[in-house]
Structures are given as structure tokens and as C-alpha cells.
Design a protein. Structure first.
Length: 288
């Protein structure tokens, strides 16, 4: 039976489709005059737990890493309590050593790092205080790179692979001003398991990438669009007023100099009298 293998490049397509679905969800929400576009920069600490790299059909080794860092950019649309954003982020952790069944290799150099493009959705809980909690999630495409050098051997791992990425977000926001705000987040960030090549061999190994991140973000919010101008409604002609988007005013025959009497007081189908109308302004002749 032949196994169907999906190209790694399709990971980007799948992530783009998911991002487009989230963007469509944002477009279908009702308009809000307080909606704002924002941009921001972020950075923080990244922890990568020990990872077991399974060299297929040979053995397995455990790679251990030092604490690392993350940095990135984000931008999106704040719509009431909802935020829809795109995020680029770089994460890196330096390698420390490799541990096998009966050996430990010290002095390992290199790092494991990722470049990610994520679509995030967040929800802010407004409690009436300057500090507001929020939760969210994100999906996207992640390029996982593994490059390790072993003393006496040289480059052992040096390969990368695009994977589907996902993250959970929980944090707080402090509004420094109507324009600037500070986000402090915890983010669990992970990918599907990549399979990478070992240089100058036919060997491949399977690993995993999941991290714990503490991220601080400084956000700048652009001024919201002005609210729409009210539509005036003319007396007695609401349908036409709304269709034309302007006020329609009924003008009496005297050019607006006096108020007409009610139609019920017309006599014999003739023109109505105008109480304050001068006799020299009457139409045709004055009515007795």
C-alpha cells in the first residue's frame, strides 16, 4: 500500500487558509466606531525543555538547551474586546550538551531556533480598571532550524523544516495612555514534530519543538476613525430623507414667510389662508 506524503511546503498553505478564516471572522463582526489599528514590538524569555532526538533505525539522544530569548513584531485590529493580529517572532535557545544511553557530550555549540508567522485572536476582559486580563490563541507557519556542533566531530545537525505552529496566550494589559499600552504574556508555543536530515549521511532524525515564553509587548494604537455623522430626517418624509441622506423641508407657497393652516381648514378646495399673510403677497387675489 502506497503512503501519501504531504509536502512540507503545504504547511504554509494550511496556515494561510486558517489565517484567512480568522480574518473573515473579523470582517463579519458588526462595525464598531471604537475599532483601532495597532502595531507593536515584543521580546522576552524562552525556555526549551530537553528534547529527545530519535535517529531513525539507529538510536536516540537527548539534546539539552540553555534559556533563550524571543523577539518580534505584531500588528492588528482592535475591535471592542476582540483583537485580531498578525505576528512575526524569532525564538532561539543555545545548545548545552547531548546525552545518550551511556555517554554525555559536553561543550556542544549551536542552537535551535524558529521563525514564525502567526495569526492570533485575543479577547480582553474589561473590568473597569487600567489593568485588563486577556486570553487568546494563534496558528501559523514555523520554520524550525536545528544546528549543533560536537567537539571532535564538527557539524552534527544542520537542517530546517517548515511546520504547523500553534500557541496559547494568557496575560494582562496596562493602558499607559489612550495611545500606548503594555502587554505582559505567558505563551505556550509549539509545532508539529519535524523530521530533519543529518548532513553528509543518509540518516534522519525526528524531534519536537515546544516552548514556554514570557513576552512583553509595547503597543501603539492609532486614532480610531470618527463616528459617522447623524442623518437628518425631514418632517413627514422619512422614506425620502433616508434614501437621499439629507433633510427635505416642505416650503409653503409664500416662500416660508408664514406658517400654513392645517389642511382640514381649507375652504371649498381653494388655497388655504395664511393667518399672517399680507394681502399684497396673496396668490392671485386675497381670499375673503
Amino acid at each position: 500500500m502506497q503512503t501519501l506524503r504531504i509536502p512540507r511546503s503545504s504547511v504554509i498553505l494550511r496556515s494561510a487558509i486558517l489565517g484567512a478564516c480568522l480574518a473573515l471572522t473579523a470582517m463579519l463582526l458588526p462595525a464598531d466606531s471604537r475599532a483601532q489599528i495597532y502595531i507593536g514590538a515584543e521580546g522576552g524569555w524562552t525556555g526549551l525543555p530537553d528534547r529527545t532526538d530519535d535517529i531513525l533505525n539507529v538510536t536516540s539522544v537527548k539534546a539539552r538547551f540553555d534559556a533563550g530569548f524571543n523577539a518580534g513584531l505584531r500588528g492588528g485590529y482592535e475591535w471592542g474586546p476582540w483583537r485580531f493580529e498578525e505576528e512575526y517572532s524569532y525564538r532561539q535557545n543555545g545548545a548545552r550538551d547531548l546525552v545518550g544511553n551511556h555517554f554525555t557530550i559536553k561543550g556542544v555549540s549551536g542552537n535551535r531556533h524558529t521563525n514564525s508567522i502567526m495569526t492570533n485572536v485575543l479577547y480582553d476582559f474589561t473590568l473597569g480598571y487600567p489593568i485588563t486580563p486577556h486570553v487568546g490563541f494563534g496558528v501559523g507557519a514555523v520554520d524550525v532550524f536545528d544546528g549543533l556542533k560536537v567537539p571532535g566531530i564538527g557539524q552534527l545537525f544542520n537542517n530546517s523544516s517548515w511546520q504547523f505552529g500553534y500557541q496559547g496566550i494568557a496575560g494582562i494589559r496596562y493602558n499607559l495612555s489612550p495611545t500606548f499600552s503594555l502587554d505582559l504574556d505567558y505563551r505556550y508555543f509549539a509545532t508539529t514534530r519535524p523530521t530533519l536530515n543529518i548532513p553528509k549521511t543518509n540518516l534522519r532524525y525526528r524531534t519536537a519543538y515546544d516552548t514556554n515564553n514570557f513576552v512583553a509587548s509595547l503597543i501603539y494604537r492609532f486614532a480610531p476613525p470618527p463616528p459617522p455623522a447623524p442623518v437628518p430626517v425631514g418632517p413627514g418624509r422619512p422614506g425620502l430623507d433616508q434614501a437621499l441622506g439629507q433633510e427635505v423641508v416642505q416650503v409653503p407657497p409664500d416662500g416660508g414667510r408664514s406658517e400654513p393652516e392645517p389642511a382640514a381648514q381649507r375652504r371649498g378646495g381653494r388655497w388655504p389662508e395664511f393667518q399672517d399673510q399680507p394681502r399684497d403677497l396673496a396668490l392671485g387675489r386675497a381670499v375673503d
